[in-house]
Design a protein around this ligand. Structure first.
Ligand code: 3HC
Length: 685
């Protein structure tokens, strides 16, 4: 039986066309066809004077169906449909609710009026997929709200609350009632007046100089992605060209972007992000347990950030420490972090702080639905805490460790409820970073897993399920990059050269600047705990250089700008001495080689992680690197990038490096070798 995407009913003389393509009314072929034929019927029905378009379910429409990109588009395409609406001789009014995005909003903008529910949000998020609004958004939005505001909206991809959209001129009316009722009234009025207002007939208000200034601010600093420059070009076309020519230019740019590697990478990450929290063996009827309160053990940097994430989401959280001083320090840091941005109103800061209950008594975790331990990375301390939590936590509560390396199974073994134990590995700063590695232990129950995923989403994180191993997915791969960095330094590269290669690849910061930011003493302690030596890294910390925190690390930092890394001859001396001690003859190393050496061993480790089942899918690894380690989203993550480079090239490179260096860990992972031999990739690019 074919699916019914559209139903039409009547409200007086108004035809109400409802579309239904769950979950988000993406404007795929079936829905487009359904709307087009319903419009045709309404146009020919003498009893219909006007039309209202409305979406079933949670939103009006989230836009074009992204899965159709790159495939031949069947008729009617979105342009044809939008053209039909705009050309209608009977007024068409959009009744907007929920999130109305991309092509969904563009369709509404072609209507003769728009009525939005009070809690609706509108946006053009195409930039986040590496494209521009390609169904008239870059031409109609500037005509409705001015070119400068349009530029901001389109290049940020941010959503606008309904009331702001009304003030700006994007919608005509906001209602606290059902937008369908208000839209029907408006449609009747329009029919009675004989008016058919169309965005295309307006000229773009405002001064082009303001647009040029805003565009220059966007392109003036650093790398400018093609999608951003294309948005600017399209909005300029809205000012300079007649509407239809502007539309044509927009479509040319849209097509160019859709076919670009950058957009393919961003679309891959969009779907990978949504897949990452799906657990292959989880029965569909698994229920997450409700989480109305949380407890965090440890008020240090991580514990504080996790506490903020819960408070930000409106979840009361008990913050537990062992001394007054540590508790006070933790709370002071939380408050300072809230104040730092300067964007959170004081009343909101007060509200969030009031959700945090500080205590020195771990027994206060008894009422929490979830308890997260965030203390030092020491197994014995963690075991002790879990044994205590086991005694006091209420039955069914989730017990999570924020460990970044340690064995969750060993931690769980300290409790009589290992099914309720798992890892929730946050990334620093935990109130900002979106990645959440959810570490599934061998006994973790499905309900515990589902609860951690749900709560992760609720506090604004991107959850990815991983298995137990040293460092899980992200840090285990990072270990390979750190090793490569150390070797590059020994063989001839300097910190600023390695970092320049990484930033030219697209990272916001290079690996050494990142180490300085994180604090070099942390890495030093981790190496010592494992009995690992690193000639350069050890020599740097032995010289008392701990990174930004004391103004000296792989770089030096000035009082004038404590965050700006400045190459330091003293560091060069330390590095050269380390090379000499090991008898390594230094040479100049080019950017291409640096990038290969930073990335390929990590990709190999990713392949091993897949083989061992630590990650469920290659896309999960990409999500981890994009959201936790600053991998440029337009390069799609390491595994997507590997597919773009070609696994054969990477396999041959690894084999050669393993042979030359004698480092067996560089031997290509069997799965990588097999895929390369078969001429395949991870199936991502
Ligand atoms: N096309 C295809 N599938 C889509 C989709 C879209 N535009 N938007 C969402 N989906 C799918 C998701 O992949 C997911 O599928 P799954 O259940 O199989 O994993 C499902 O819908 C639900 O999505 P979320 O899990 O993201 O649901 P949320 O409630 O958390 O978020 C949302 C809803 C805010 C609408 C979010 O899905 C979103 O941001 N979607 C993308 C919106 C977008 O980018 N629109 C522009 C599209 S491009 C365009 O319109 C081009 C035009 O200019 C020509």
């Amino acid at each position: 039986m074919s699916k019914t995407y559209v139903t039409t009913d009547r409200k007086g003389s108004v035809a109400v066309i409802r579309f239904d393509n769950p979950p988000v009314n993406a404007l795929g072929q079936g829905l487009r066809l359904g709307i087009a034929s319903a419009l045709k019927e309404a146009e020919t029905d003498a009893n219909v004077r006007a039309v209202v378009l409305v979406g079933y379910g949670r939103c009006f429409s989230a836009g074009a169906d992204i899965t159709e990109f790159g495939k031949p588009i069947q008729s009617p395409n979105l342009h044809d449909l939008i053209g039909t609406i705009e050309a209608s001789r009977k007024p068409v009014v959009a009744a907007i609710h929920g999130t109305t995005l991309g092509g969904g909003l563009e369709l509404a903008l072609a209507c003769h009026a728009r009525v939005a529910a009070k809690d609706a949000r509108l946006g053009l998020p195409e930039i986040k997929l590496g494209i521009l609004p390609g169904a008239g958004g870059t031409q109609r939005v500037p005509r409705l709200i001015g070119a400068e505001k349009a530029l901001k909206m389109i290049t940020s991809g941010d959503m606008m609350p309904a009331e702001d959209a009304r003030t700006a001129g994007l919608v005509d009316e906001v209602t606290s009632g059902d937008p369908l009722d208000a839209a029907a009234v408006r449609a009747e009025h329009l029919a009675a007046s004989g008016e058919l207002p169309r965005a295309r007939d307006k000229s773009v208000p405002g001064d082009k100089a303001d647009l040029d200034k805003a565009a220059a601010a966007l392109t003036g600093k650093g790398r400018v992605l093609r999608a951003v420059s294309a948005c600017i070009e399209a909005i300029k076309a809205a000012i300079e060209l007649p509407f239809d020519q502007g539309l044509k230019r927009e479509y040319e740019l849209f097509k160019e972007l859709v076919e670009s590697d950058e957009s393919k990478a961003q679309r891959h990450v969009f779907f990978a992000e949504r897949n990452a929290a799906k657990v292959a063996d989880m029965p569909a009827d698994t229920q997450a347990k409700p989480v109305a309160s949380a407890a965090v053990v440890g008020a240090g940097t991580m514990g504080g950030g996790i506490t903020m994430s819960f408070a930000n989401a409106g979840i009361p959280v008990t913050l537990i420490e062992t001394t007054d001083a540590a508790l006070k320090r933790g709370l002071d840091t939380i408050l300072a972090n809230y104040k730092r941005s300067g964007r959170t109103p004081q009343a909101e800061i007060d509200r969030r702080m009031s959700l945090i209950s500080p205590t020195l008594d771990i027994a206060k975790a008894a009422g929490a639905d979830i308890a997260i331990e965030a203390v030092f990375e020491e197994m014995e301390i963690k075991k002790e805490i879990f044994a205590k939590l086991d005694r006091i936590a209420k039955p069914g509560a989730v017990l999570a460790s924020n460990t970044s390396y340690l064995d969750i199974n060993e931690i769980a073994s300290q409790t009589k409820r290992p099914g309720e134990v798992l890892g929730m590995h946050f990334f620093s700063p935990a109130n900002v970073m979106k990645l959440l590695e959810i570490v599934r232990g061998k006994a973790t129950s499905q309900a515990t897993l589902a609860t951690a995923i749900a709560v992760g989403r609720k506090i604004g994180k991107v959850p990815v399920i991983v298995g137990v191993c040293d460092g899980f997915v992200g840090n285990r791969m990072l270990g390979q990059r750190l090793k490569a960095t150390e070797q590059l330094l020994l063989e001839g590269a300097l910190p600023h050269e390695i970092d320049a290669a990484a930033t030219s690849f697209g990272f916001a910061m290079g690996p050494l600047a990142v180490s300085d930011l994180a604090g070099l003493d942390i890495g030093m302690r981790a190496r010592r705990a494992r009995g690992v030596r690193a000639a350069v890294a050890d020599a740097i910390t032995d010289a008392g250089r701990y990174g930004q925190k004391n103004g000296r690390g792989y770089y030096r930092y000035d009082e004038a700008d404590k965050r700006k890394p400045i190459p330091d001859p003293e560091v060069e001396k330390i590095i050269v001495e380390a090379s000499e001690k090991l008898g390594i003859k230094r040479r100049s190393i080019g950017q291409e080689e640096i990038i290969e050496r930073l990335n390929y061993p990590m990709i190999n480790e990713g392949a091993k992680i897949l083989e061992e089942g630590i990650a469920q899918r290659p896309g999960d690894i990409d999500v981890i690197w994009v959201y936790g380690y600053g991998w440029p989203v337009w390069r799609g993550g390491p595994m997507h990038y590997a597919d773009q480079v070609g696994l054969k090239k990477i396999r041959d490179w690894l084999a050669e490096q393993a042979r030359k260096s004698g480092d067996a860990s560089l031997n290509p992972a069997p799965v990588l070798d097999r895929l390369a031999r078969e001429g395949r990739g991870f199936g991502l690019a």
